[in-house]
Structures are given as structure tokens and as C-alpha cells.
Design a protein around this ligand. Structure first.
Ligand code: ADP
Ligand code: MG
Length: 240
């Protein structure tokens, strides 16, 4: 579903992604972990072209990431993204937040878009919040609304960049639960998170990044029980 080959990214002369190779199979859940500043967010942003790659190739579902216009809109629809800060439109209801892009980008009619939005809200467990403004929801509910909004575009891949890092601890579980179910339903997912419990439970593969490189990759059992590199061992000693 995703093929990254030789991806490099610079911000000025700061080399933040170094020769990244990463394949994500259809239906696979890859959890990306690593210290702050290691390039995890930049990698996600390159995957959906919020950032342009400095060099290298990124294919989504076999198609080279296009760079502009209608093609770019389609790529963004195929690759859903959920951020740490929920990024909902604050002056629109939850339902409006979800129907906006399907109507505008995909040209769905309102009735169809609303029916689909209500199904998605049901799926993430906040059907009764449809008519509220984001500020009237808890953080966990807002993040679940953001997940529903991303799913409304029927993406082929979902990227999550620290989706629970801004939440009060008691709300982390409800968001992870939605993600676990999404994974079980077969969604292809790339998840940046510090929630090692989620990684153990839901990841097919863990990718450990440090200083712009993929240092180690393995199944969660192997990665957590027997990390291969000093850098991964140091990292795990700090977070576990
Ligand atoms: P992570 O998500 O792993 O914490 P990031 O991808 O956010 O790491 O950042 C990787 C490196 O790139 C950091 O050194 C960060 O300061 C730098 N960086 C990220 N975004 C920008 C930007 N827009 N301009 C300049 N430097 C950036
Ligand atoms: Mg980040």
C-alpha cells in the first residue's frame, strides 16, 4: 500500500530524514516510535505530501505521489491523517466537520454525506454528539470526531501522528480503542505513538527511528523483548 524508497528530507541544511525505506502492506499496522525530533512527524507529512520529499520515491497503492492540483487532492483523500491537535473546524458542528470534505472534494450529495457521517459517528461511539460544536466535546470525543472525519474520505491508509498525546490520561483509552477496532477491520495504518501498550496490542510491525533514520524494525514481541541496537535499548529503557 505504501512504498518509500530512499527518502531524504532537508530543512535548510538540517538533514531530518536519511535514506528512509519503508513498505507497508495492505491491511498492515505499522507503529513508528522514537525520540522527539527523530523525524516521525516529518515522515508522516511526506507520506501525504504536507511536506515535499527532498529526494526518493513515495508510492501509495502503486501510484507515485503526484505533486499538485486534482491529483494531490485525490492523494490526500487516499491518505487520511489524524494529528495530535484535533484540527476540527471550531465554528462548525461535528456533523458539518465530517461532511465538508466528502461534499467538496468527492462531490457527494448532502443526504449521502450525512448518512455516511452518522454511520461513522456511530462507529467511533459519538453518534449523539453530531449536532454539537467541537468545544462542547471532551478531548477524547473530539479526537474520535477527527478520526471519523478522516474516514469519511474512505482513505486507503490512515496516518496517526501522536493522536493521544494531547489528551488527558483518562481519555487515551477510548481513542486507542477506536484505533484498535479500525486495525481489526483491516485498515492499513501508520501510527506514531508513545503508547507502547497499543504497539504491543495492535502493531504488526514496530519501526524505531532515531536521528532521521530507521534504526530498527521488527515484530512488537521481538522489538520490545529483544531490541537489536543500543539506541533502541536506550529508548525503551526511558519509555517503558
Ligand atoms: P518527531 O516527530 O520525531 O518529534 P519531527 O519530524 O517533528 O520529529 O522533526 C524532525 C526534525 O526536523 C527536528 O529536528 C525538527 O526540529 C525539524 N523540523 C521539523 N519541522 C520543521 C520545519 N518545518 N522547519 C524546520 N525544521 C523542522
Ligand atoms: Mg512529531
Amino acid at each position: 500500500m505504501i512504498q518509500v524508497k530512499g527518502l531524504n528530507k532537508w530543512f535548510g541544511d538540517h538533514h531530518v530524514l536519511r535514506d528512509i525505506d519503508l513498505d507497508v502492506a495492505r491491511g498492515e499496522v505499522v507503529v513508528v516510535v522514537g525520540p522527539s525530533g527523530s523525524g516521525k512527524s516529518t515522515l508522516c507529512r511526506c507520506l501525504n505530501r504536507l511536506e515535499t520529499a527532498g529526494s526518493g520515491d513515495i508510492l501509495v497503492d502503486g501510484v507515485p505521489a503526484p505533486v499538485e492540483g486534482r491529483e494531490l487532492a485525490r492523494l490526500r483523500a487516499d491518505v487520511g491523517m489524524v494529528f495530535q491537535s484535533f484540527n476540527l473546524f471550531q465554528h462548525k458542528t461535528v456533523l458539518e466537520n465530517i461532511v465538508l470534505a466528502p461534499m467538496k472534494v468527492r462531490g457527494d450529495g448532502r443526504a449521502e454525506a450525512e448518512a455516511s457521517a452518522r454511520r461513522l459517528l456511530e462507529r467511533v461511539g459519538i453518534a449523539e454528539q453530531a449536532g454539537k460544536l467541537p468545544a462542547q466535546l471532551s478531548g477524547g470525543q473530539q479526537q474520535r470526531a477527527a478520526i471519523a472525519r478522516a474516514l469519511a474520505m474512505r482513505p486507503k491508509v490512515m496516518l496517526f501522528d501522536e493522536p493521544t498525546s494531547a489528551l488527558d490520561p483518562e481519555m487515551v483509552g477510548e481513542v486507542l480503542e477506536v484505533m484498535v477496532r479500525l486495525a481489526a477491520d483491516g485498515m492499513t495504518m501508520v501510527v506514531v505513538t508513545h503508547e507502547m501498550g497499543f504497539a504491543r496490542r495492535a502493531a504488526d510491525r514496530v519501526v524505531f527511528m532515531d536521528a532521521g533514520q530507521i534504526v530498527e524494525t521488527g515484530e512488537p514481541g521481538a522489538f520490545f523483548e529483544a531490541p537489536q541496537t543500543d539506541r533502541a535499548r536506550d529508548f525503551l529503557a526511558k519509555v517503558l
